[in-house]
Write a protein that binds this ligand. Sequence first.
Ligand code: SF4
Length: 607
Amino acid sequence: MHQILMSVQKPARYTGGEYNQVVKDLNNVEQRIALCFPDTYEIGMSNLGMRILYGVFNERPDIWCERVFAPWRDMEQQMREHGLPLFALESGDPIREFDVIAFSLGYEMAYTTVLDMIDLAGLPVRVGDRTDEMPLICAGGTVCYNPEPMTDFIDLFFIGEGEEVDLEVFDLYRKCRRAGMTKAAFLKLAAGIPGVYVPSLYHVSYDAAGAISAISEEDGAPAVVRKRIVRDFDRSYFPVRTIVPSTEIVHDRVVLELFRGCIRGCRFCQAGYVYRPVRAKKPETLTRQGIAALEGSGYEEITLSSLSTSDYKGLFPLCDGLLDWCEPNHVSLSLPSLRADNFSVDLMKRVQKVRKSGLTFAPEAGTQRLRDVINKNVKEEDLLNSCRIAFEGGWNTLKLYFMLGLPTETDEDVIAIAELAEKVLSTWKQCAAQKNRGLRLTVSTSLFVPKPHTPFQWEGQITSEEYLRRVSLLKSSLRSRAIVYNWHEAETSLIEAVLARGDRRVGRVIESAWRAGGGLDSWSEYFSLDRWLSAMEEEGLDPRFYANREIPEGQILPWNMITAGVTADYLLKERHAAHEGVVTPDCRKKCTDCGIRHSYREVRCDE
Ligand code: SF4
């Protein structure tokens, strides 16, 4: 190991031993969990979900949960050459000796990396090829709301928030193993736990056109698996003893999660739908937890995280409470995810006290018409007003995010993005406090990907060629040289759409792409569109069927056996409203009865 580490980039990714890591005496531990993140150390260690689950599992004295990340290619090659199997950071033990391997799956492009990690652990990638003596392999995370593309490889999926359901499953697994039961017998029992999806208990058939004709379940498995949620979020676990990485990571700071869910209902946003209802922590709870985490880690930065931070009702008292401690201790406070409509002078002043980082707004679309279609209730005057306040306050770096290819988008909508950016530039010229430094204005676009459990789940993605045409149109419409335009490549968005709306047959494609050298596909240096297209061709599947086709409204969707609590009728109603350009008020203004209140009666959803 020592020799290998001398020859790879960033060896600290693989050594463990960081401040606040959890090490236990194996004599006192009954179950070992390998918590795996299918991406590099820098990305995985920046993930708040990983830190929460690591803490929740390790709070139990009988469980030892360790971290596992995907090695970079140089390390993987060395490990394979030296016959060193994938190991956990805390103990250095091979994860194939653990009881449970649990993957955190946050994005589709990580699928091939999951296969790579299972293989590197020395285990067969397919469920059917693994024996009862091998670890149980499970997965949870946002993409598991359509688990179907990964059902060939994963024994069991957690649907919803892991703090709630995972330990129940682990406890049952331990009991079943102690009683000498087979994995199959355990899985049948586990399927009875709310929020657990066991794919081997469901059967899918297809019609001649390739669409799903039926999904059936066996052995008492539920026809529909409903997500689990943390009901009392204020009292939920927060990792105060946060691990301090010994090498640089992407988000190297204390992260405070203000609330789960979102009141807004942007029609393209999967997180906004699957994390409903909104559940918030009290400002005093967050202030206490934030200060404790800063004191316990020595971090010099704290950030506030949520889907829409400025919607947090207690934002001012929270910022004041944190700043009272942060300022004298020279700790900086940052606020990402600000909406352009309620960005206020007061808020600006509070952030300004410590540090001026760049600002990012995401109007998503250039015209009011299209913003109404997607239910992004941000008006142009709100955006320009927020910009004015920012420029007067001395900010001179601004990023604007948009999507191209949204349903009903026309060339007029594309050109309007350029016009809006020019208006932002004129606003800066009129009122910037520091004109001598110039404005750094960046416009970024990405290609719309239709996501399951959203009102746009039926919409087709525009083709890559059409996306590039719209990129060129926007590029030529942006006349000022002061505006920098970045666009996200279409290739990854196409494959993301295939995987997001994929059915069980797509599992074969993932395996073929991985066998052909795939892995770390979320990294542009390793992603290969040709490899994915060849894999699809090999398996006789057409990417257009999954990505570009508009799915007829009555058709069975691959993820029909999973619900996030929002009814299919509501999603359909929202889709129709989108096509009529009708906006839906946010949950604080009016409940439009999406189904959540009925599914989780004891939870208020307008906090
Ligand atoms: S039930 Fe009403 S308030 Fe709750 S999330 Fe749905 S629409 Fe919003």
